[in-house]
Ligand binder design. Structure first.
Ligand SMILES: [Zn+2]
Ligand SMILES: [Zn+2]
Length: 264
């Protein structure tokens, strides 16, 4: 949960989408947690995700079930990515992250945090039950934890562009999936997210549980997070698929030859 939170809160909403500004201590702790999720240095993750928003479900999207198929979007794209193609993505989409010294420091020290995330559960296990406990801790708190949290994050890229309801007009096929919404701490409300990428909250209806969003609101009350981006009700209504203006919007989009890109 903690390392997954590092991904949703820090890597995704804070770094890529600048949905809020966090106190430097909160920023550092959550970037460390995100690095411990074993999903790569924040600079790489953020660059790939920026490209995803720029080309969502179109040619150039690093992971789209529409373009490359479900398994490709889930994790095959990771296997295909070599360091040359990753460097290309970082060069093209990572410029603005390189200006942030803390982001760069956590990217440079990624391996330390990743290995630490295996050592901590092993040490806790050792303290509880000797060498057998150390192995149990390493297995469940390390390997199994990484396996499960990776599949949860990958499901946002695959499941949430394939299964679920669409509430808002977007140029991609993003969907709101309640199961991924729960498991990925709010990130499964992915149609909402593609409609309003800058929003600190992905759950936009009262029943759409968004643990990351609730944490942002709590930290804001405590004064540890500021400049929280909220989408005005009028804009949300305008973009609803069932509203008239949204129907017109779709017609306009269909008439546009160039894909309309959301601001990442
Ligand atoms: Zn997406
Ligand atoms: Zn995003």
């Amino acid at each position: 949960m903690l390392t997954e939170f590092g991904i949703t809160f820090a890597y995704h909403r804070m770094v890529v989408h600048k949905a809020f500004e966090a106190h430097p201590v909160i920023k550092a702790i959550t970037l460390a947690l995100g690095s411990m999720a074993f999903q790569g240095p924040v600079l790489h993750w953020a660059s790939v995700h920026t490209k995803h928003h720029a080309h969502s479900d179109q040619e150039g999207d690093p992971h789209s079930p529409t373009i490359g198929g479900f398994i490709h979007a889930h994790f095959e794209w990771l296997l295909e990515m070599n360091s040359a193609s990753l460097n290309e993505v970082v060069d093209k989409w990572g410029g603005r992250y390189k200006k942030d010294r803390m982001i760069m420091w956590f990217s440079d020290t990624f391996l330390f945090w990743a290995v630490l995330s295996l050592i901590i559960p092993a040490v806790l296990g050792y303290m509880a039950g000797g060498w057998h406990g150390a192995w149990t801790g390493f297995l469940w708190g390390g390997l199994v934890r990484i396996f499960i949290s990776s599949h949860v994050t990958w499901s946002v890229n695959s499941v949430c562009h394939f299964f679920g309801a669409r509430t808002y007009t977007t140029t991609d096929k993003s969907r709101n999936n309640p199961v991924v919404g729960l498991l990925a701490l709010g990130e499964g409300w992915h149609n909402n997210h593609h409609a309003f990428p800058a929003s600190a909250f992905h759950g936009l209806a009262w029943w759409q549980l968004d643990v990351t969003g609730l944490s942002i609101a709590l930290l804001e009350k405590l004064g540890l997070v500021k400049k929280v981006t909220r989408i005005p009700e009028t804009l949300m209504t305008k973009r609803r698929i069932d509203s008239q203006s949204a129907a017109l919007n779709v017609q306009e989009l269909a008439l546009t030859e160039e894909p309309v890109l959301e601001d990442a």
